[in-house]
Write a protein that binds this ligand. Structure first.
Ligand code: SF4
Length: 169
């Protein structure tokens, strides 16, 4: 059965109920979802098919509220793991989130998965570092222009990336 995805206000949903997780008090990583879906159409990826090529964000206010009120309920959490399909789709929004997350003063490390290489620049990497980000999982896909063009990735794989990360440290 195919169900068409329709946009709706993610802020109308309550925060995820982590309390139903088995063994939650021993949980060391807090799963944080700040958005759903992706507007790109890489031809090897299922996301655009299941989300109808739409990227739907939660507001920064709601995400920060979740971080402020929920993470501390689990004393063994050492890392907050953002695992959106395309977390930096709106770079201004993500910059705002990083600044407000850093201002919370949480001692947990931050980890961000599924980052498109072309959404990073020196300033963004510096902001990630300031927000106690320990790890970024990058989707570079291929360094071969022939392959890269054929997966319909939609942008260059940021060939300057090594120098950015090297500069920020
Ligand atoms: S940018 Fe990432 S999530 Fe979006 S379609 Fe491509 S591989 Fe999938």
């Amino acid at each position: 059965m195919v169900v068409e995805t329709r946009p709706f206000d993610l802020d109308s949903l309550p925060h995820p109920d982590i309390s139903v997780f088995i063994n939650r008090q021993n949980m060391t990583a807090y799963p944080l979802i700040t958005s759903l879906g992706c507007q790109f159409q890489c031809n090897f990826c299922v996301v655009s098919h299941v989300t109808n090529k739409q990227w739907r964000p939660r507001s920064v206010e709601r995400i920060v509220d979740e971080c402020a009120t929920r993470i501390g309920l689990y004393p063994n959490v050492r890392t907050v793991v953002i695992s959106d399909d395309n977390p930096l789709s709106d770079r201004r929004r993500f910059r705002d989130f990083l600044a407000r997350y850093a201002a919370l003063g949480r001692d947990q490390l931050l980890s961000v998965a599924n980052v498109r290489a072309d959404t990073l620049d020196t300033a963004m990497v510096a902001r990630l570092k300031a927000a106690n980000c320990q790890a970024i999982c990058l989707g570079v896909e291929s360094g071969d222009p022939f392959v890269f063009e054929r997966v319909h990735r939609g942008a260059d794989p940021a060939p300057f990336l090594p120098s950015i990360i090297g500069r920020v440290g």
